[in-house]
Design a protein around this ligand. Sequence first.
Ligand code: DP6
Length: 324
Amino acid sequence: MREATAIAHPNVALIKYWGKRDSAANLPAVGSLSIGLGALSTRTTVRFEPGAAADTVVLNGNELPAENSKVTLCLDMLRQIAGVDAGAVVTSANDFPTGAGLASSASGYAALVTAGAAALDLDLSSQQLSAIARTGSGSASRSLFGGFVLLRNDGDDTTCAPVLAPEEWPLAVVVAVTSDEPKAVSSRYGMEQSRLTSPYYRQWVDGHDADLEAGLRCVMERDFAGLAAVAEHSCLKMHAVMMATRPPLLYWSAATMACLDAVRALRGEGEEVFFTVDAGPQVKAVCTAAAIDRVAGTLQSVPGVLRVIVSHLGDGARLTDDHD
Ligand code: DP6
């Protein structure tokens, strides 16, 4: 047994996932379509220690409580395949705010399973790693792959696969960071509350396949205006479900709303840009390369925006020899 280090990028869904059909297996109620954020990274080292009874997880320099069960759940699946029962030391760091709606769990579990499998000398496909990462976090399934990634429900399972490589449609994402604070309500808890209490939840699930197919078609045809329309619709519909949850899930701040207005105004002036927002106050503006400077400059000057991060589309999770 040895140790291994992996890098993974967070991703942002253009057609959103919110809600589960099976909490125990972490099976999503709906599919999703995402792009990877290459400028943001998680780097994770996994070392199995013969004789260690439990896993130790250190995230951004802080040891997490021993019962961090989702990490252990993913490692248990790898240990079972390898026929090993040693505990692991997991050291992970993000170069962006953790738990603030920038999909740190996606890159985190993708890097974890990639490094963990390599440390156990397992030769698993990206699809197999993606399925294991899904048990840690649904969106993590997508971070195993680069570019545009489609996650579909498939019988009692999910399938996840890249649909376009980053260079096949080199869009960019300008992230407007409006808060570095961890979000008040986790996605996992929030989406279950939505399933139980939001009057719009059923309509969200029932209408979702049409959005997913429309989004996929726009990506395959490089139809920016079409993708902008369906992606903003999926985002706002998800937030409508969230807002109608009891107690309400209101992830937006005044700066979030001001960014949405700014993106819509830019599009009105002819720029190819659209917004999407996840379970946090940050705004991700997806745009063509030609629009990056104007979008970044505009969002930077919106009151309440702390900084902007410009990202190209990311590659999938991968091993690295660089341990720094
Ligand atoms: C709003 O993947 O974080 O970002 O599977 O419970 O870990 P769990 O949830 P998670 O939820 C992501 C929700 C979202 C939309 C999306 O990424 O599709």
